[in-house]
Ligand binder design. Structure first.
Ligand code: AHR
Length: 669
């Protein structure tokens, strides 16, 4: 070897040594070398639960009232404790006051007496109007003044802004008996924060109740229906299940304010309104929030929840109060010997969902317009309970339910944290009970992104003989100094994606998973981050939404063993991988997460796949900037992009973009 050549080798060797010593081992160099991902396509390990990824629904952040429930009038029947909340008088003339009906058994006792004047309702942080769209107005009214009365109904821009009403109609000749009046209004322009005016003409006097306004274009055009754009976002998730109605609202701050499903079915006007516990929680988090106007009208009640599940193709998963109020509030307890009515509610709910029209509760369902059963298979006993009081209450529920409905799968609580004393206590007890009273244990983790990365192997070592796991509430929480909310950014969603590959790998054990919370109104939230944000007209999915969508939309039938560089440990070189196989079509579904800031070349070996199709699909969610967020104005700044890729053989090279989640679907024979 010539001297000059030798010098070159020495210089090169030193340069490589320096590079290795100087470069951080962190995110920036991991992608440089190629890693080998080997999938045993012909050796499926276990079956995936058919309802693996789903939706957690709670009326928090205006999720139901002011959100998916499309009613646009707040305090429509004057039943809020402050009967005039949401309403104000137009002009100085006349008077208005809330009165109570006498001698009538009703949950809708109150009505408004209006004399010689007009009133306005500001909706839920305004009323959203779309240009050209139709709105269905109705109210109950009676004329109390003797003289003929006409009522003018107007939709106007906010706060007395001048100009023509955006829609107007006149209800003529209101008579002396209570009657329902209806009209259709067509908006001439878009307005996100419109108001509804009701003006009494001819200086008359009227009593008013149940003032209601719905967009005509609700989901499936149903009367009293749901907001179509929000339901569509849910359907697009391809959810395996829908958990409802929460969350802490199941428990209530005290037992009086717990969620009681029987009060949420039937005539919407008679559904007894209660305060939403989120009205009081975390008041200071969102400076824009107006206080004390967040109630549960139950316009979205249990019948509608079941219907929604059917509409979006999700298994219904109701969660019921187990005789314990929220332990973050009063922690009020029902004595064990007084638990029967609570247990009866659970038994009746199963009959309501599944019973034939010959049964008492099945008949009620049929009368509400759904003769066919809803086919309920999953039921939660308590929400986020903890401590020794929970176990005997669960046992009492479980014994009664199992005796009558042995095929219903019960969900139990592991408390509010994913580890620690409370968590271990409940797991020990529930494992011990499992042989007699099996359940799926609901774990909750609201943790920083780091936790999600570190827990990608969490379930690898869970015993397979005990209860299955429901990852029932999770979200990566990023805190930004000076920001009141925790952002729904790519940093959070990418960490969730890495973690979810661990759920895919353990889908025999973790049979269900759902992000929480689901919805938030940009002007009325108490909690962040959330999966979907909206205002009165628009909505968007966060990066976390798209992560959920990719995992839920690409579920497989069988788990395939997968290794990174020969090891089954997930997260090596900051790569997180899961592999599934579809039932019929013969496709491998790879989910590949690269959390490094560099592109990561990988060599993929689909061992035992036989002949593969050369055209594969790659669906990619990626951003160089971990701070990336979607917004109302840029709803798809970060959204999946699909492209076709050509692969030559069952062993092929592929490059994962920096900070990306890739779903790779390869067909094989
Ligand atoms: O998702 C928000 C809340 O977090 C839920 O209501 C509760 O179950 C948990 O504490």
């Amino acid at each position: 070897m010539k001297m000059e050549q030798l010098n070159r080798y020495v210089r090169f060797g030193m340069a490589m040594f320096l590079l290795a010593v100087c470069l951080p081992l962190g995110p920036f160099n991991a992608g440089a070398q190629s890693n080998t991902i080997t999938v045993q396509v012909d050796k499926p390990r276990a079956a995936v639960s058919p309802h693996q990824f789903g939706i957690f629904f709670e009326d928090i952040n205006f999720g139901a009232d002011g959100g998916i429930y499309a009613e646009l009038i707040k305090n429509r029947s004057f039943e809020f404790p402050d009967g005039l909340l949401g309403w104000s008088k137009l002009g100085a003339q006349g008077s208005m006051r809330v009165l109570e009906r006498e001698n009538r058994q009703t949950n809708n006792r109150h009505y408004l007496q209006l004399t010689g004047s007009g009133i306005t309702n500001s909706g839920f942080r305004g009323i959203g109007l779309r240009s050209g769209a139709e709105y269905l107005f109705s109210l109950q009214a009676r004329n109390t003044g003797g003289a003929p009365v006409n009522l003018r109904v107007e939709l106007v821009r906010p706060n007395g802004a001048s100009g023509q009403p955006l829609a107007q109609v006149k209800l003529r000749g209101v008579t002396g008996d209570w009657k329902t009046y209806r009209a259709t209004l067509r908006a001439t322009a878009a307005e996100a924060k419109a108001q509804l005016n009701l003006v009494v003409e001819n200086s008359g006097a009227v009593d008013l109740d149940l003032v209601s306004l719905f967009p005509k274009a609700t989901w499936k055009g149903r009367a009293d229906g749901l907001r179509a754009d929000l339901v569509q976002l849910l359907k697009d998730l391809n959810p395996g299940f829908l958990r409802f109605p929460g969350g802490c609202i199941v428990e209530g701050r005290n037992l009086q304010e717990r969620y009681q499903w029987k009060t949420t079915i039937g005539d919407p006007a008679e559904r007894k309104l209660i305060i939403n516990r989120w009205n009081m929680e975390f008041r200071t988090r969102n400076p824009a929030r107006a206080p004390d106007d967040y109630f549960q009208s139950f316009g979205l009640g249990f019948f509608e929840y079941f219907q929604l599940c059917e509409d979006v193709g999700a298994e219904p998963l109701p969660i019921l109060n187990c005789g314990m109020a929220c332990q973050f509030n009063t922690g009020e307890l029902v004595p064990l010997d007084q638990l029967d009515p609570y247990i009866q509610d659970a038994l009746d709910l199963i009959e309501f969902a599944n019973g034939s029209a010959a049964t008492a509760w099945g008949r009620k369902r049929a009368e509400l317009g759904h003769p066919a059963p809803f086919n309920l298979k999953l039921l939660g006993v308590g929400n986020e309970q903890w401590g020794p009081d929970y176990i005997p209450r669960f046992e009492a529920f479980a014994k009664a339910i199992k005796a009558k409905y042995p095929n219903v799968t019960l969900i139990t609580s592991a408390g509010p944290t994913p580890d620690g004393e409370r968590f271990n206590f409940l797991w020990d007890k529930l494992r011990g009970l499992h042989a007699e009273l099996p359940s799926v244990v609901d774990e909750h983790y609201y943790r920083p992104p780091k936790w999600f990365l570190e827990n990608a192997n969490r379930y690898d070592s869970y015993p397979r003989t005990g209860p299955k796991v429901f990852a029932g509430e999770y979200a990566a929480h990023v805190t930004v100094p000076g920001r009141p909310d925790r952002p729904n950014n790519w940093e959070a969603a990418l960490a969730e994606a890495a973690f979810l590959t661990g759920l895919d790998r353990n889908a025999d054990l973790v049979t269900m998973a759902s992000y929480a919370p689901l919805f938030a109104h940009v002007d009325a939230w108490q909690w962040s981050p959330n999966l979907i944000w909206f205002d009165n007209l628009r909505s968007f999915g966060t990066p976390s939404y798209y992560v959920q969508k990719l995992f839920s939309g690409h579920r497989g039938a069988d788990i395939l063993p997968v290794t990174i560089n020969g090891s089954a440990r997930n997260g090596q070189q900051q790569l997180y991988v899961s592999a599934l196989r579809t039932a019929k079509a013969g496709e491998v579904i790879l989910k590949l997460v690269n959390t490094t800031a560099a592109a990561a070349p990988v060599r993929v070996n689909l061992a035992g796949a036989g002949k593969i199709a050369k055209q594969a699909r790659a669906i990619v969610l990626a951003s160089d900037d971990l701070k990336t967020e979607n917004t109302l104005d840029a709803p798809a700044r970060l959204a999946p992009v699909e492209r076709k890729v050509t692969i030559e053989a069952a062993e092929f090279d592929y490059t994962l973009p920096p900070q990306s989640l890739t779903v790779l679907r390869v067909a094989f024979r």
